[in-house]
Design a protein around this ligand. Structure first.
Ligand code: IPM
Ligand code: MG
Length: 355
């Protein structure tokens, strides 16, 4: 297999403290990777006055994948390029209970599902404006029964769902359910939308998912209204396999899902497009614990395992996941968010010892 090239963007605040030892472990597991560190964020500002200079973009374009820490804002331009520039439309966020993690549930054992969040559309087209500016459009509010521009001063945000954007993330979700079924999972996709209130946008999302389901007769489709789904996520997480969600619901509910199994410190994530993928923990940059060497690197490590698999290093990926799981079962080297008192370094050493 040919040598792979991975861009590393460490991000801000405590994120680099999770990324550095994670890269050391990943490098040890899969020797055939060249690690590239373009100047992004503060380093970009120092080097050329831009947090995302052209050479950083070129480095991403010339790479097979990016491992991203977490952004506090400075490296956000790079993140936006990784999403919208590289069209990474499927954000995969696994929720798997690792024995030894503090879960608020009485019986978290066996929770194993994946949220596939549409990653580019919905409210994330990020078009906002003043309500009054809508006057020329003559938009009638269905609930207010009058033109929306008649409202007192205020603002709006635009929600966009497209057929193509939904079809591709739906296919990704069904395909993932099929791959998981081959490994004993139930072969089920669950779709949640607010189609009762938003029949045009969320209704379209649901209709396109239903249509794509026709291409996958071996996979079952369930659809729920998203508020009802939120309850099911908490009350019946064991029943879930692959969940496909519009962008904002996926953002919110994937954090909720992480809360079921031990918190954001464990929340791995990968964003896949047709020609590129990047990997990033779902948590933020944790400014409150920056510089203390106590950030839980599990989310970064497990995102790294997803990356190894994507790059063709499936066996090392499984070894890394197994080593992380073993550290949790043993429970002697857990970070403070997991009720332990180990440092990030101690946790990573414990993982390395179990590889
Ligand atoms: C995430 C984050 C981002 C998002 C932020 C940092 C823009 O919350 O990856 O879940 O909303 O997508
Ligand atoms: Mg989020």
């Amino acid at each position: 297999m040919s040598r792979k090239r991975v861009v590393v963007i460490e991000g801000e605040d405590a994120a680099p403290e999770a990324v550095r030892p994670s890269v050391a472990l990943l490098a040890r597991l899969a020797g055939d990777i060249e690690w590239v560190y373009p100047p992004v964020g503060a380093r970009g500002m120092d080097a050329g006055g831009s947090p995302f200079p052209p050479e950083a973009r070129a480095a991403i374009d010339a790479s097979d994948a990016t491992l991203f820490g977490a952004t506090s804002g400075l490296s956000a331009l790079a993140l936006f390029y990784l999403r919208w520039g590289k069209q990474t439309y499927a954000n995969v966020r696994p929720t798997r209970y690792l024995r030894g993690c503090p879960s608020p549930l009485a019986h978290p054992d066996g929770i194993d599902f994946v949220i596939v969040r549409e990653n580019l559309e919905d409210l994330y087209v990020a078009v906002e404006g003043d309500v009054q500016g809508l006057a020329p459009l003559g938009l009638q509010s269905f609930t207010l029964q009058r033109p929306v521009a008649d409202l007192k001063p205020g603002t709006f945000a635009l929600k966009v769902i497209t057929e193509l954007g939904t079809d591709r993330v739906a296919r990704f979700a069904f395909d993932l359910a099929r791959r998981r079924k081959a490994h004993g999972r139930p072969g089920r996709v669950t779709c949640a939308t607010k189609h009762n209130m938003l029949p045009r946008t969320d209704g379209l999302f649901r209709a396109r998912v239903e249509r794509v389901a026709g291409e996958f007769p071996d996979i079952e489709l369930q659809t729920f209204i998203v508020d009802d789904f939120a309850r099911r996520l908490v009350a019946e997480p064991h029943s879930l396999d692959v969940v496909v969600l519009p962008n904002l619901y996926g953002d919110i509910l994937s954090d909720a899902a992480a809360g079921l199994v031990g918190g954001l410190g464990l929340a791995a994530s990968g964003c896949y497009g047709d020609t590129y993928a990047y990997f990033e923990s779902a948590h933020g940059s944790a400014p409150d614990i920056a510089g203390r060497n106590i950030i839980n690197p599990t989310a970064t490590l497990l995102s790294g395992a997803m990356m190894l698999e994507h790059l063709g290093f499936a066996a090392p990926a499984r070894r890394l996941e197994a080593a992380v799981a073993a550290v949790y079962v043993e429970g002697r080297h857990l970070t403070p968010d997991q009720g332990g008192c180990a440092s990030t370094t101690e946790f990573c050493t414990a993982v390395a010892d179990r590889l």
